[in-house]
Write a protein that binds this ligand. Structure first.
Ligand SMILES: *[C@@H]1O[C@H](CO)[C@@H](O)[C@H](O)[C@H]1NC(C)=O
Length: 599
């Protein structure tokens, strides 16, 4: 266990590589398009027994009894948005909101059309050159990720043709890719299909979801039944035995719960839930005894079931959705008590103690960011140091605490949610383009609980500390560092959703229309920076020298249509459209129906 700094040096390059590969969720639904009334669509299709992954014989059959299918908790959870007062809108305000909503739908239509015309059935369209590429197994990632957005935006004809194509032309039997990422395949493909099924009731989608589920379930065919995170399915198809990997990222093993559990609930087959519930139980067992009790490190050892392998603890990339799924599992299952609500509360307590920091800003903003804690064991003790870094992937934390705060009726969490969300918006607004970089470092306040007056020399000292060989003032000028920033380590913006995700959750959990105005400011900055004649593109530099262009990276990941534009659309829609009292979003913004009494 006493690994210390040296191991970190060995692991650091691996983490960098992994980081580079990282991508890093009736009555009140009055606006939801109605389910198709054709009886054919709601017919249950029997599973195709010829599907190769359904026939595969396991090397390591699960012999102990399966965890039972969950049923709704008896104690109803508090409403997430049911108890929120959404003030009546003036006619002017409503008109403005609908204009904004339509602008988002136009942007979606533009990018979707580019995908249809240039990259149909491929994973991604290239938004500058109009080419196509396969990045996630070649199973039409953008098509599958967009299905539920098409439904929510009431683009019925496009939804129908996309479902047809998914059903007829996409096969999850195999792929050209040498390996697949089990986590990404779960959140994008399984999540996208399940959500589109939950919304539309179209049985073809359930049939495809079951195919992906059975493909992925084969990755759990290991001696300890933990999944192979980076999975060579070709070797598995040849019948070679396999084992879970010793270097596994926390998020890759810890955020499969919503999708596999929802698949069990809609199919009645408990195996999928059983597979992820075992992981939940292992996390719960390990939580109090890690080097930083309450948190698990970014790097875990799935082969040995060691959930305290690494020395770095964070809520950002590579760990993120493992934490996000704790309150979301409680929401999905309707459980106010149980391992998920419990793990969530403990992990947030520990995050407050160890990770959250207040940055020093010229206007003394009362905001928070979660940093990265490096822990090392020496003798009997553990010493820690907090790196006051941030990145776009931490921006989901505000939304997580808003949801969790409502579910657990904890006002402290709602307060942290507000500060974390406004932290990300402050970072966006600090850049001349109005868009936040992918990763950067900040100057921490000396004492977060008292006020934190701006101190230019303290900022300069922090810059020198971060970039030791350079003169602070020259560095700030040359790198165009906004006040408080000490280093921009990755200046890209890759169309990520986490900031608008949290702003959306703040709106739905508070009813405060000012969040809609902040969302609009976010949108205008993002669209101005990323728009291309065809679609929207990732950019290389959100902080270019005056007069220079940000540089388009010719990339549009599927989450742009699956997540970013969906959250923008929903914040400008009536709050009952995909109500958080009935739905819970997976980490790719795919809403699943929550389990509730009597359903
Ligand atoms: C709310 O959360 C805070 C921080 O984790 C915790 O200290 C407090 O006990 C919680 N309050 C309730 C009523 O559970």
């Amino acid at each position: 266990m006493a690994i210390g700094k040296r191991r970190w040096i060995l692991v650091a390059p691996l983490l960098l590589v992994m980081a580079a590969l990282w991508h890093g969720w009736e009555s009140s639904a009055w606006n939801l398009p109605r389910r198709p009334s054709t009886s054919g669509a709601s017919r249950v299709e029997p599973p195709d027994d010829d599907f190769t992954w359904r026939r595969a014989k396991p090397h390591y059959p699960v012999t102990s009894s399966l965890r039972p299918l969950p049923t709704a908790g008896v104690d109803a959870l508090p409403g997430v948005q049911g108890q929120v007062h959404f003030a009546a809108e003036s006619p002017e305000r409503k008109q403005l909101r609908l204009q904004r909503r339509d602008a988002i739908k136009d942007a979606f239509t533009k990018s979707w059309t580019a995908y249809k015309e240039h990259a149909w059935l491929r994973d991604e369209v290239t938004p500058v050159t109009g080419g196509q590429k396969d990045t996630f197994g070649g199973w039409g990632a953008t098509l599958i990720d967009s299905l539920d957005t098409l439904w929510i935006m009431d683009m019925k004809a496009d939804f129908e043709s996309a479902v047809d194509a998914a059903h007829r032309d996409i096969s999850f039997a195999t792929t050209q890719a040498p390996t697949i990422n089990v986590f990404e395949t779960t959140i994008r493909f399984l999540g996208g299909l399940l959500s589109a099924y939950d919304l539309s009731g179209d049985a073809r989608l359930l049939s495809k979801a079951r195919d992906v589920g059975d493909l992925l379930y084969a990755a759990f065919d290991t001696p300890n039944h933990l999944p192979v995170a980076r999975w060579n399915l070709h070797a598995a198809a040849r019948g070679e035995p396999q084992a879970a990997q010793s270097d596994t990222l926390l998020a890759e093993v810890g955020s499969l719960g919503l999708e596999f559990t929802r698949l069990s609930l809609v199919t009645g087959d408990a195996r999928y839930h059983d597979a992820v519930q075992r992981i939940g139980e292992l996390l719960a067992d390990a939580q109090a005894t890690t080097k930083v009790p309450g948190l698990w490190p970014i790097l875990v050892n799935a082969a040995d079931e060691d959930f305290d392998a690494g020395d770095d603890y964070a809520l950002g990339g590579m760990a993120d959705s493992a934490y996000e799924y704790l309150p979301k599992m409680a929401a999905l299952l309707g459980q106010q008590e149980g391992i998920y609500a419990d793990m969530y509360a403990r992990s947030m307590e520990a995050s407050w103690e160890h990770l959250f920091f207040r940055p020093m800003t010229p206007t003394d903003e009362d905001i928070l960011f979660p940093g990265v804690l490096h822990a090392s064991v020496s003798g009997d003790g553990v010493s820690t140091s907090l790196e006051t870094s941030a990145g776009h992937l931490i921006c989901f934390t505000g939304g997580m605490l808003a949801l969790g705060g409502r579910l657990l009726a904890n006002a402290t969490h709602l307060d942290w949610a507000d500060k974390l969300t406004r932290g990300c918006l402050w970072a966006y607004e600090s850049l001349s383009t109005g868009v936040m970089p992918e990763t950067f470092h900040l100057t921490a306040c000396p004492d977060p609980s008292s006020s934190c007056a701006w101190d230019e020399s303290r900022w300069h000292a922090a810059v020198r500390n971060k970039q030791p060989l350079n003169d602070a003032q020259a560095t700030i000028k040359e790198q165009r560092l906004p006040p408080g920033f000490t280093h921009i380590t990755d200046a890209r913006y890759i169309l990520r959703p986490e900031a608008i995700e949290s702003v959306f959750l703040m709106y739905r959990t508070t009813g405060d229309p000012r969040w809609q105005d902040r969302a609009w400011a976010l949108w205008t900055a993002i669209d101005a920076l990323t728009s291309t004649p065809l679609a929207n593109s990732a950019v290389w530099d959100v902080n270019p020298p005056a007069g220079e262009a940000p540089g388009k990276a010719d990339s549009m990941e599927s989450f742009w249509l699956g997540e970013t534009l969906k959250y923008f659309y929903l914040i400008f829609s009536e709050p009952g459209l995909v109500s958080l009292d009935e739905w819970v979003f997976n980490t790719e913004a795919h809403p699943f129906k929550r389990l509730r009494e009597g359903r």
